[in-house]
Design a protein. Structure first.
Length: 457
């Protein structure tokens, strides 16, 4: 039986425009998730922040917003769009969910945001998902000249489960930091140093993890500019762009005296480590120990990053050979940031460069990419668990209340005085960590394959 014209037309379209087809599939998946599944705790705080802005108190005048101002400015824009669309109510209290107040986990929220509001937030983040994918595509295409590899890298990113989860379900803004970081790398290769510095400032002050890559990014500038005068000019331009954007971003907080409040998310974590939170259960104990380990590991992480940057500076290669080695070491640098078990969304910063390495250097990197994508998503699902269904329950009536009560009750249940929630989180957190460490294993195997006796990575 011959294929119909429709099927042939679809195949021809996919063959001619594979990246567009991937984008359509990725957008369709997100569209099926966005209105129905939401991590209510964080999205509630986005709604609260917009309400605070409407009251004229700014981002930090009232409690509820604990991040740097970059995402707050986006929330202000989302609030304005909501006004234009006449979306007045951002959420409702479902008193039938009040039972969650007695849960062992503190992050359930009986106040559930409306589908209309969550669509606004997540649609904004989805746009950044798409832009990031496009930038990855451009980066691979410019470096290799291979359109198929560029499409493959775009597909790895845009169809990655944790990328989809973070924007379409969690509603967390890590993708903005990732997008601006990838754009920074692209601008540096194009020698647009002033703009690169400005964009890098946005990246760092959206989420702080890009800061760890400062040294290796500076190495790229130094290696590209051979003449001392040109190198000095490039570095000064880069710094001026960074400082100008920093002042622009923080001017409102400098003026109203809330500058220090913009770092409350970081200072609260440090305070929790130094003072020590109330230990209510094993999970709290593990988190406290984990925070302490993260602080202690910073010396190791920064030392390794310095060594990678130094060895990259000493590379004798030029041209495309240097670019290939540089991008590989940039990927390794992003992996080194997470010698500990990170919150799943933090790993977004690694994925563009791991996808790049998988399609340009060693296809075996696909394995850790898949492992990280799967286990970080499962870890996120376990952490947020039944709260993801509250919107589906409250506004669509598609989930029975008994199902939520029973599920949360099971998670609160204990085995050897350890809650089931803690056991699940420990298991999946360990799996996520091992999937990150798989990068080093495949790097070593690739090194031995290319250099059976001796040589450099």
């Amino acid at each position: 039986m011959s294929e119909g014209r429709g099927a042939k037309g679809i195949k021809a379209f996919i063959a001619r425009h594979p990246a567009v087809f991937i984008a359509i599939v990725g957008l369709a998946i997100r569209a099926c998730l966005i209105p129905f599944f939401t991590y209510t705790y964080d999205v509630y705080h986005w709604a609260l922040t917009i309400s605070n802005l409407r009251s004229g108190e700014g981002l930090y005048g009232l409690s509820g917003y604990y991040y740097t101002p970059v995402w707050g400015y986006f929330l202000a824009g989302i609030g304005s769009i909501a006004d234009l669309l006449r979306i007045a109510d951002f959420g409702d209290m479902f008193y039938s969910l009040a039972f969650v107040n007695g849960s062992e986990w503190d992050y359930y929220q009986a106040l559930v945001c409306t589908p209309a509001f969550t669509i606004l937030v997540k649609a904004t983040l989805t746009i950044f998902d798409l832009i990031t994918g496009y930038l990855i595509y451009v980066l691979v295409k410019e470096h290799t000249g291979d359109g198929k590899k560029a499409v493959a890298a775009f597909g790895l990113w845009f169809l990655c489960p944790i990328v989809i989860y973070t924007s379409a379900i969690h509603g967390m803004f890590d993708v903005i930091a990732v997008m601006t970081l990838v754009l920074t790398v692209l601008l540096l290769f194009r020698r647009r140093y002033g703009l690169a510095g400005a964009v890098f400032a946005v990246s760092i002050f959206t989420k702080f993890f890009p800061f760890y890559l400062t040294l290796i990014l500076l190495v790229l500038v130094i290696k590209q500019e051979k003449e001392a005068v040109a190198r000095r000019k490039a570095l000064i331009t880069l710094v001026l762009g960074f400082v100008a954007m920093f002042v622009l971003m923080y001017m409102p907080q400098i003026i109203d005296g809330t500058f220090l409040d913009t770092f409350s998310f970081v200072t609260s974590r440090v305070a929790e480590i130094s003072v020590g939170p109330e230990i209510k259960d094993v999970w709290n104990l593990i988190q406290t120990i984990g925070y302490t380990v993260v602080i202690m590991l910073q010396v190791v992480i920064l030392s390794v990053l310095f060594v990678i940057a130094q060895r990259t500076y000493r590379l004798p290669q030029e041209g495309s050979e240097f670019v290939a080695k540089y991008m590989h070491r940039l990927m390794l640098s992003t992996a080194v940031i997470f010698l500990w078990t990170p919150t799943p969304t933090y790993l977004m910063i690694l994925l563009p460069f791991l996808a790049y390495a998988a399609v340009t250097r060693d296809e075996n990197y696909i394995i850790p990419f898949v492992l990280i994508s799967v286990f970080s998503t499962l870890y996120a699902l376990a952490m947020h668990n039944y709260s993801l269904l509250f919107q589906l329950y409250g506004y669509f009536g598609a989930v029975p209340l008994d199902y939520l009560v029973g599920g949360i009750g099971w998670l609160d249940g204990t085995l050897f005085n350890i809650t089931n929630r803690t056991l699940v989180n420990i298991s999946l957190g360990l799996a996520e960590t091992l999937s990150i460490y798989a990068i080093y294993l495949f790097t070593y195997w690739g090194y031995m394959k290319r250099n059976p006796r001796e040589g450099k990575v």
